[in-house]
Structure formats: C-alpha cells, structure tokens
Design a protein around this ligand. Structure first.
Ligand SMILES: Cc1cc2nc3c(=O)[nH]c(=O)nc-3n(C[C@H](O)[C@H](O)[C@H](O)COP(=O)(O)OP(=O)(O)OC[C@H]3O[C@@H](n4cnc5c(N)ncnc54)[C@H](O)[C@@H]3O)c2cc1C
Length: 464
C-alpha cells in the first residue's frame, strides 16, 4: 500500500505487541498510521499499543501549546481504551526512550506517522537502525501520500495542482473504521503518569496566549461542524477579511492531528452540490460576482489540499525549508543584491515580540497572535513581509518570523508555517515581481494595500 514506506528491512515478529509511535497525528479515528498498525495486529492476533513521547527538553513552543496537546492526548487515551488499545506515555529523549520501550515490551514491529520535518525524520531513521524489528512510516496527514503526490520539490501551486487533480479520486476516500481488539496488554508499568507530564509542562515558559479553541478530537469535529453550519457558505468572500471570522479556524486541530484533512475534505464533498473543481479540473477556483457555497468549497479544498500538501512537499524535498538556503537562485540573488539597502527601521527581537514597531497594523497582527494563538491568514503575509523590510538581513528576518510564529501560533512548528514564511520572505513558490528597495524582486505588500482590501482601522482598534 503506497501510504506506507518501510524504514528498514528487519523482520516483523509474530509475538509481542505492535507499537504505533503517535506524533503528528494525535487522534484515534481516520488515522491511517493507527489503522495500518491495527491491520497487522489483527492479522497476527497480537495486542496493539500506542506510544506518545513527551520531550523533556522543549523548544520555543509555549506552555499553552503543550497544555492543548496534553488534553488532546488524554482524550486519545480514553478513546483508545474503548477499543481495548493500550496507551503509553513516555517522557524523555525519544531516540533513547522509544528503542528502550520497544526492547522492554518485545515489540513485534513499529509504526510511525509521517512528518516531513528534519528532526522527526532523523529520529525515525535512528529508531529503525537501533531496534531489531520492522519499522514503517505511514502518511496519515496528507490526503495523497507525500511520496505518491510527487517525487521532487514542486515549483509552485500550479505544478502540484495538476498532480493533486490526477490522484485525488484515488485517495480522497472514506477511511476504514477502527476495530476493537479482543485482547489488551496492560503496559501501565511502562507508562509515565499525567502528573509527571504536567511537571514537565509546568517548566515550559508561559506566553499569556488565551487559546480560543477547546483541544481534542471531538472538539475538532465540533469546530468543523460549526464552521460548516455557520461560515462555510461565505468562506470564499470572507476568508481574506481580517475583521471577519471567515476562516475555518481548523489549523490548530490540523496541526496537532486532532482532525484529518481527509475528514474535512470528505465533509466538504458531502456539502457539495456539484463535483468540486479540483476533481474536475486542475484549475484554480475563481468567480465573478458574489461567490456561491460551491465556490467556497472549491476555495477551501484548494487551501486544504493544494496549498497544504505543497507545504509538506517543500519541507519533504528541501531540507533547508527554514533558512535562506531553501530559496530559489533568483530569490537569493535579488535579496543579496539588496542586502546593503538602507532599512527605514530596524527592530530588535524584543521590540518585535512586544509589538513595538512604528506600524499599528503590524503591531495589531502581532497582538492578535499573542493574545489568541492565531493570526488571521491574510495578515500573516503582511506581518512576515514587514519583518523582511525592517530587519538587517533576510536571514535574520526568516529566523525572527519562525521564532515568533512557533512561539505564539498554536498551529506553529508546522510545514505550513515554514513554507508560508519562506513564501513571504524568500519568494518560495512565487515569481519575481517589480524590483524595489530591500525586497528586490520579492513580492511587496504595504499598508495602502491593506486599506484598499478591508477596514484596517477597525482591525487595529480591535487588537491595539
Ligand atoms: C507567514 C505565514 C505563516 C504561516 N504559518 C502557518 C502555521 O504556522 N501553521 C499553519 O497551519 N499555517 C500557516 N500559514 C498558512 C495559513 O495562513 C494558515 O494555514 C491559515 O491562516 C490557518 O487558519 P485556518 O485554518 O482558519 O485557515 P483556512 O483558510 O480555513 O484554511 C483551512 C486549512 O487549509 C490550509 N491552508 C490554508 N492556507 C494555507 C496556506 N497558505 N498554506 C498552506 N496551507 C494552508 C491549512 O491547513 C488551514 O488550516 C502561514 C502563512 C503565512 C503567510
């Protein structure tokens, strides 16, 4: 099955539990990694265990993000237990804890969910080398598995859209339901307690974000339903208006894997009155006059599949996804040619973080993110481009934008974030525009553009 890739050629045993190391896809239903692990467990009549490893040394993410994740994982444990599937929480360095756990329980084989980011991939390779059983990775996050969709770094949305269109029929299908097991292995002696997890989480610096969304798989489904019932019809006309709650607000759930994009897309198919554009043609959705509900569905499928899977493609095939080295030659050349241009303003990390620039629109966007954990998608582009304009170098701008996005955005630390920042600052998936100071040929955005598009004054009043 092409959703699966073997990480080693070691044997899968016929005794011991099948282990699924849950990481990016923190949900029980519509999770192909769990389903593939279960298929082997049922075929061999073996127990199934889901393991999650909480890092002891955390990065820039804030305590609020860990708390959101922790509550989602507790729901995973409860839901798994209804299916007689054991859940084990490990705490520590996963390159040590996972092989140790596999050894202690005599794992029959190990499954991982897919993440294109460097750290996760090298961890999975390390485990596959260290243990003496079969290790497999399953793309449970993308509708079309990343390696099926394309075998190379795609140039732009229009090149990957053609491939999405070609494959979508095959992959956008209802996933099988999870079965219940008739045997459950008690591995509680190997599991850390939630209290220990709380002790680790309590050491992560807080960031005073007040996350507006309830965590977990059922909350994610409820959020999707609320969006479908109240805002889907107007998504195409409202999604780019930062003063209106017009986006789906599903990115926190997608990022933590509380819901699959497959489930969202299938729900949208159900709401469709005609065959969605992506299935009919490899064309970008466009509309004259007032967009219809079907236009909204087409527009959301474009974001959810084309843009999102393009981001995974970029991070999968370009390991420099978070630095200027990941840009195309035209972009690095133009940015280098303008590296000595005078910057009208220069800000320190603290000034950025405290929303202390001269620009009320930028400060408002930063405050929206710091208060709610989510900046409006349209403002994200402006926000990142201004970091380029008011930083000493593009390298510094990329590092600042990644730090702020990962620290404050609940959906941060994600391929979408790295790709969005590289699009804004380094022209990734974009083309050359008119040349200007600092930006060179990178696409420019300004306050006047915001003013023409929506009521920027009202946005500023809300967040400042
Ligand atoms: C500088 C910058 C930083 C960004 N950082 C992140 C991030 O950290 N995490 C993140 O998930 N997205 C990020 N994005 C992409 C996009 O802005 C968000 O996905 C979107 O605003 C999330 O809100 P939503 O779920 O309500 O969006 P909706 O408009 O309702 O879209 C639904 C889903 O489609 C996908 N999607 C939408 N727009 C994009 C896009 N441009 N690229 C890739 N996928 C997309 C996301 O999975 C999103 O959840 C960033 C974009 C930019 C320009």
């Amino acid at each position: 099955m092409a959703r699966i890739v073997k990480l080693n050629s070691k044997p899968s045993r016929d005794i011991g539990p099948i282990v699924y190391v849950m990481s990016r896809d923190q949900r029980v239903h519509d999770n192909y990694a769990l389903l593939c692990a279960q298929r082997e467990a049922l075929a061999k009549n073996l127990p199934l265990v889901v393991v999650f490893n909480l890092l002891e040394k955390t990065g820039v993410r804030s305590r609020e993000h860990y708390a959101f994740m922790r509550d989602g994982l507790q729901e995973v444990q409860t839901e798994l237990s209804k299916h007689s599937i054991e859940f084990v929480l490990l705490i520590g360095t996963p390159s040590v804890t996972i092989p140790h756990f596999a050894d202690q329980v005599n794992a029959a084989s190990i499954y991982f969910d897919f993440n294109p980011l460097r750290g996760v991939r090298s961890l999975q390779k390390h485990v596959a080398k260290t243990v003496d059983v079969s290790c497999t990775v399953v793309d449970a996050h993308n509708i079309i598995p990343a390696w099926v969709l394309s075998d190379k770094e795609e140039f732009a949305a229009h090149t990957i859209r053609r491939k999405v269109h070609k494959h979508l029929d095959t992959w956008l299908v209802e996933p099988p339901a999870l079965h219940s097991h008739n045997q459950r292995l008690d591995l509680s002696q190997h599991s850390e307690s939630w209290e220990s997890a709380d002790t680790v989480i309590a050491q992560v610096p807080q960031s005073s974000i007040h996350i507006l969304y309830a965590p977990g798989e059922s909350a994610a489904r409820a959020e999707l339903q609320k969006f479908v019932d109240t805002r889907l019809s107007s998504y195409a006309s409202h999604r780019n208006v930062p003063t209106v709650d017009g986006q789906s607000n599903l990115s926190p759930y997608i990022h933590f894997g509380h819901i699959s994009t497959q489930r969202i897309a299938l729900t949208l198919m159900h709401e469709s009155t005609e065959i969605p554009l992506l299935l009919k043609e490899a064309k970008l959705a466009s509309y004259d006059g007032e967009p219809t509900k079907q236009d909204s569905i087409n527009a959301l499928l474009e974001e959810l599949i084309v843009r999102k899977e393009l981001a995974d493609n970029y991070c999968f095939y370009n390991t420099n996804y978070d630095s200027l080295k990941g840009a195309k030659p035209w972009a690095t050349e133009t940015l280098a040619a303008h590296s000595q241009d005078e910057r009208e303003y220069l800000y320190t990390k603290i000034q950025w973080e405290d929303a202390q620039t001269h620009d009320p629109a930028w400060n408002a966007a930063q405050r929206e993110m710091m208060r709610t954990g989510k900046m409006h998608g349209y403002m994200r582009m402006y926000w990142a481009k201004k970091i380029l304009e008011w930083s000493a170098s593009p390298e510094e701008a990329i590092a600042t934008a990644i730090y702020l996005n990962d620290r404050y955005s609940i959906d941060g630390g994600d391929p979408n974030g790295y790709t969005g920042i590289m699009w804004s600052i380094a022209g990734v998936h974009d083309r050359a525009w008119f040349e200007r100071s600092v930006y060179g040929k990178i696409r420019y955005m300004n306050y006047g553009g915001l003013k023409r598009k929506f009521d920027i004054e009202s946005y500023i009043t809300t967040w400042n």
